[in-house]
Design a protein around this ligand. Structure first.
Ligand code: UDX
Length: 448
């Protein structure tokens, strides 16, 4: 079977490398970070992702999965290379920072002799493939190397990354030659044989599929959160509104959960990067609505801080604020652009004393916020609380017994900014229960 390399071993690359080994390939994972490579080589994922540790351990033990920091080793090992490096937001700009993608091309390409296929998986602005193609042509102008490029965007979600990679909704590849397309069809045969759709297109369309998918998802979330803003002043209940909308199969219930909104390493930076790129192309107006999608999303954080302050009697000074959740979403330890930590930060700036509880992300959060107290126990976190803020919907928070929690808190006051706790249970245990998307003082009657 074909040998492959996976360059960049973050959330995307480490998962892709382990899953390609699971599909039967001999895989070499490459990263500059020697510490990460050492952890991976010992069979450990350097971050929390359900099922990933097991897969890495299985295939480092079987010998099908190895890791290295050496690009020379990568060039020797395989002639199919997946590029999975990060494309974060450029500091001080909305555009994507492509320096890691560019530097992989600059380092790897001169080491390749003969034929090779570079397959990009990172999320990039439309036009990147064309630019990289020209870069590769320049780098190989005086060599015998024949290097082709393809783009194969990745749609995995953190928290279900292994499942999403082994059973994706679809495979999309951007190619400009039949040989590149055939190599990709062969590589993914184990998935397409089980019925997963394989869509082959040009470079630009493949690049756009990824950012437009993320833009659509972000828009859906901000749509329901815009409705939440209206509900708060009109005296309606956005949870019931979302439920009623979701029965229409054209709308559906997924990504229609009102609450604190989206964060993470993808959605926020991808919609900003899309607006920046469309503006460069002279069609910024076509995606100007994404600026409002972003603004609505960020306003949910401000609204949560305001509501929490009201619940604290108008000031956070000398108040103990319990924050349930640090990761940007459940089943992840990723705190990049975490809405929960953004709210915690704003409250801390206003004088609140913060205790954060998260089952997986406390180590990452502690490094960034050394002034906060941390615990993995929601009841310990609630000790002395003037208000408890439920900001990331880990299943364990739904299991907390409100009667027990009442013995720990100073004031029985909870703000459910993810709208997933059982309101009736908390109220009957004596708590003042508030959520986003309804008039705080007027609990809506049950939907029957
Ligand atoms: C997203 C895309 O889903 C994935 O296809 C792409 O490859 C990468 O970006 P991810 O960032 O892992 O994946 O998480 P996702 O499950 O999409 O959630 C993103 C954010 O939206 C989270 O902060 C989540 O809490 C929030 N969200 C999601 C809502 O606020 N409401 C919803 O209804 C759904």
């Amino acid at each position: 079977m074909t040998n492959i390399t996976v360059i960049g071993t973050g959330y995307l690359g480490a998962t892709h490398a382990a899953c390609m080994a699971e599909l039967g390939y001999d895989v070499l994972g490459i990263d500059r970070d020697a510490h990460k490579i050492s952890e991976l080589s010992q069979g450990y994922a350097p971050f929390y992702e359900p099922g990933l540790n097991e897969l890495i351990a299985k295939h480092t033990a079987s010998g099908r999965l190895r890791f290295s920091t050496s690009f020379a080793e990568a060039a020797d090992f395989a002639d199919v290379h997946f590029l999975c490096v990060g494309t974060p937001q450029l500091p001080g700009s909305d555009a994507a920072d492509l320096r890691y993608v560019d530097s992989v091309v600059d380092e790897l390409v001169p080491l390749i002799d003969g034929r090779a296929l570079l397959i990009g998986k990172s999320t990039v602005p439309v036009g990147t493939c064309e630019r990289l193609g020209a870069r590769i042509a320049r780098l190989t102008a005086t060599s015998d190397a024949r290097i082709e490029l393809a783009w194969n965007p990745e749609f995995l979600r953190e928290g279900s990354a292994v499942q999403d990679t082994l059973a994706p909704d679809r495979l999309v590849v951007g190619v400009d030659s039949i040989t590149a397309e055939e190599t990709l069809r062969d590589l993914y045969r184990p998935l397409t044989d089980s019925g997963i759709p394989f869509l082959s297109t040009d470079f630009a369309t493949a690049e756009l599929v990824k950012v437009s998918a993320n833009s659509f998802l972000a828009t859906k979330i901000s749509f329901i959160n815009a409705m939440a803003e209206i509900c708060e002043v009109a005296g309606a209940d956005v949870t019931q509104l979302a439920q009623a909308l979701s029965h229409d199969p054209r709308i559906g219930s997924r990504f229609l959960s009102p609450g604190l909104g989206f964060g993470g390493g993808c959605l926020p930076k991808d919609i900003r990067g899309f607006v920046a790129r469309a503006t460069e192309l002279g069609v910024g107006g076509s995606v100007a609505f994404l600026k409002e999608v972003d603004a609505i999303n960020l306003r949910r954080r401000t609204r949560t801080v305001e509501l929490a302050r009201e619940l604290c009697g108008g000031s956070f000074e000398d108040k103990h604020i319990t924050i349930w959740g640090a990761a940007f979403k459940p089943d992840s330890d990723d705190i990049r652009d975490s809405p929960a930590l953004a709210v915690a930060d704003a409250i801390s700036e206003l004088g609140g004393r913060i205790t954060v509880c998260d089952p997986q992300a406390t180590e990452n959060a502690r490094r960034r916020h050394p002034g906060f107290a941390f615990t993995a126990d929601p009841l310990v976190a609630a000790k002395g609380a003037h208000v408890v803020l439920h900001l990331t919907e880990w299943a364990m928070f739904q299991d907390v017994d409100p009667v027990l929690a009442a013995r720990h808190a100073q004031d029985l006051c909870i703000l459910d900014a993810r709208n997933t706790l059982d309101a009736a249970r908390w109220r009957s245990a004596g708590w003042q229960y508030a959520r986003l998307g309804q008039r705080p003082s007027k609990p809506a009657p049950a939907f029957v």
